[in-house]
Write a protein that binds this ligand. Structure first.
Ligand code: NAP
Length: 343
């Protein structure tokens, strides 16, 4: 069912006459998106918080130097009004990926909600001022669709679709999911208030696979650390989740940016895995890692419909398990996961 070679989704026409904006270009997902756009010959206006931080932008500069496309770095911050105006100039497609994704925070309103919500409003206010933009792709999340796995039971047929919205998350209970829900709703309200540009949202489940730069901050890496550092040694909770290779997330963004017919929300994941499934796949390759060793208990299954992303966008999903293996290997090589000498 899965393809073993990358980039086998049917090719699409990418208009390279106009630049495309990628917000949060230092990010994990954004890195792969910038790579795909540059490989297609696009001029990428990449916004970052600190263009002088070579540790964070060096890989983007290298990609620009080695690709048919052109990279231009711009400074921008989600919380600074008008910050994206310069970078957006002449752009046809805007990919808004920037938003904090972390499992740890000290002040949910300040650290998660404000940058996600005010940042989305800020970027889309720039879109409304920039006459060349015709398509906006916002990186949302399945977290904007459901709060916990019990929501699957409430969905028609027990399967989550793009018709559902997360109604359960609060500032105290899964504030990251609340941040994604509020930001995506704000994006739709602004899109619906005009007719010059159209909006597509990509709603990925857990994104996995290696990053393009060392020092990744995405919650995806925090999650893999938690799974491999012994936290679940005494049993993994039945956390049934969707997983998707980061390259298929970038692919979905590209397609949503350039396919004329793309519109609306796209659930973006390849397959459902439990923490134990992931541990089982990792164990033979990394036998001394303190991985979860048994299923603690059964819980509600996570089921979501990814057909719009396959039928309408043409995403041809890879098996995400090899990507998890590569990601763990990369984290070990970088010293982010410590392998005990012996079990
Ligand atoms: P990431 O690597 O942490 O990327 C987040 C990006 O947001 C970074 O480039 C970061 O910039 C930028 N950012 C944060 N606060 C900012 C601010 N105030 N101003 C400007 N930029 C700011 O995480 P990721 O996993 O790639 O996430 C990218 C998007 O995908 C997010 O919208 C996230 O919600 C969504 N998503 C991720 C997953 C997943 O499993 N990874 C799943 C579903 C959806 P700095 O580098 O300067 O900090």
């Amino acid at each position: 069912m899965y393809r073993d070679k990358p980039m086998q989704s049917p090719p699409i026409e990418i208009d390279t006459r106009y630049p495309a904006l990628v917000t949060g270009a230092t990010g994990y997902i954004a890195g792969w998106l910038v790579k795909q756009l540059l490989a297609a010959g696009v001029t990428v206006h990449a916004t970052v918080r600190d263009p002088d931080n070579i540790e964070k932008v060096g890989h983007l500069i290298d990609l620009g130097d080695s690709s048919p496309g052109t990279l231009r770095l711009f400074q921008a911050d989600l919380l600074q009004e008008g910050s994206y105006d310069d970078a957006m100039s002449d752009c046809q497609v805007v990919f808004h990926t920037a938003s904090p994704f972390t499992l740890t925070h000290s002040d949910a309103q300040r650290d998660l909600i404000d940058p996600a919500l005010e940042g989305t409003r800020n970027v889309l206010a720039s879109v409304n001022r920039c006459p060349t933009v015709t398509r906006v792709v916002v990186t949302s999340s399945v977290a904007a669709i459901y709060h916990d796995n019990h929501d699957c039971d409430k969905a028609p047929g027990g399967v989550l679709t793009e018709a559902q919205w997360n109604t359960g998350s609060t500032l105290d209970n899964l504030p990251y999911a609340l941040s994604k829900t509020l930001a995506e709703k704000a994006a739709w309200a602004l899109a619906d208030a005009q007719d010059r540009w159209s909006l597509a949202t990509i709603n990925p489940a857990l994104v996995v696979g290696p990053g393009l730069a060392p020092g990744q901050t995405s919650g995806s890496f925090e999650f893999l650390t938690l799974l491999t550092d012994g936290s679940f040694r005494d049993g993994a909770p039945h956390l049934d989740l969707g997983a998707v290779d980061v390259r298929d997330v970038a692919d979905a963004h590209c397609r949503a940016g350039y396919l004329k017919t793309a519109k609306g929300r796209y659930i973006n994941y390849a397959t459902t895995l439990t923490l134990y499934d992931i541990a089982e796949a990792l164990h033979p390759l990394f036998p001394s890692l303190p991985l979860p060793e048994y299923r603690a208990h059964e819980g509600p299954r996570w089921r979501a419909d990814n057909r719009r992303s396959i039928d309408d966008l043409g995403v041809n999903y890879r098996d995400p398990v090899p990507a998890i293996v590569d990601m763990v290997q990369q984290m070990i090589d970088n010293g982010d996961i410590k392998v005990p000498a012996s079990k």
